[in-house]
Design a protein around this ligand. Structure first.
Ligand SMILES: Cc1cc2nc3c(=O)[nH]c(=O)nc-3n(C[C@H](O)[C@H](O)[C@H](O)COP(=O)(O)O)c2cc1C
Length: 200
């Protein structure tokens, strides 16, 4: 039994272009893995809260000293981390919003980066504690920034997963989606073709 975690971060949930590409990947993956389980986490419908000092303190408090409120904060974070652990494959729909990743993804990242749970500090720097697994990122953008300094997403997402111990990150880009119907059509078609190759 293989498990796939689908992280949707589009404001538009199922209607988002990034979600549709993620969905395309998942459909192909399902047909190739008859014994499968798909966990869908939609961060627009069910956003992680912003990290606050109180929430962060809950992560740091020793388990036996946590208040009931702190226990709930940690249980929520543990649930998200458990999904990451259970997954053999992660699929991330990633639109660009205002030159960055959706703020819901940042809030999610803030709840899964936990010292001594998903990473630890060692003599030579931090070490990720999650098992490596492929992450497929379906990146959709109105403009075209790939390979330029305006692509603030690729390195960030790569670095974040690397930090947790996940190094196998593969991107599919659909760019120029707001640059006219022809460009949009060509870009989505190319992304879908690439997804077909990758998912197989
Ligand atoms: C609030 C908002 C901000 C956006 N900011 C950018 C941006 O900074 N750069 C860009 O190329 N496209 C931008 N876009 C366009 C989206 O990246 C593009 O439409 C993408 O396909 C959206 O993916 P989604 O449908 O999965 O949400 C923005 C769209 C929205 C709704």
């Amino acid at each position: 039994m293989k498990t796939l975690l689908q992280l949707n971060t589009s404001l538009f949930s199922e209607q988002g272009q990034s979600t549709r590409l993620a969905q395309r990947f998942v459909e192909i993956w399902r047909t190739l893995n008859s014994e499968n389980s798909v966990i869908v986490r939609d961060l627009a419908k069910d956003p992680a809260p912003h990290l606050t000092a109180e929430r962060f303190q809950a992560f740091l408090a020793p388990a036996e000293e946590r208040s009931t409120e702190q226990q709930a904060v940690v249980a929520y974070s543990d649930g998200l981390i458990d999904e990451l652990r259970r997954a053999d494959v992660i699929v991330l729909g990633l639109p660009m919003y205002n030159f960055g990743v959706p703020s819901t993804l940042k809030a999610y990242f803030d709840h899964v980066a936990r010292v001594d749970v998903t990473f630890r500090y060692a003599e030579n720097g931090p070490v990720g504690l999650l098992a490596d697994k492929p992450v497929y990122v379906l990146a959709t953008r109105g403009g075209a920034y790939r390979g330029t300094s305006k692509d603030t997403q690729t390195l960030y997402v790569q670095d974040f997963f690397n930090f947790l111990g996940i190094s196998d990150i593969r991107f599919v880009y659909a760019e120029g989606l707001n640059l006219g119907p022809e460009r949009q059509h060509a870009s989505l078609a190319e992304a879908e073709a690439q997804i077909g190759r990758l998912a197989a």
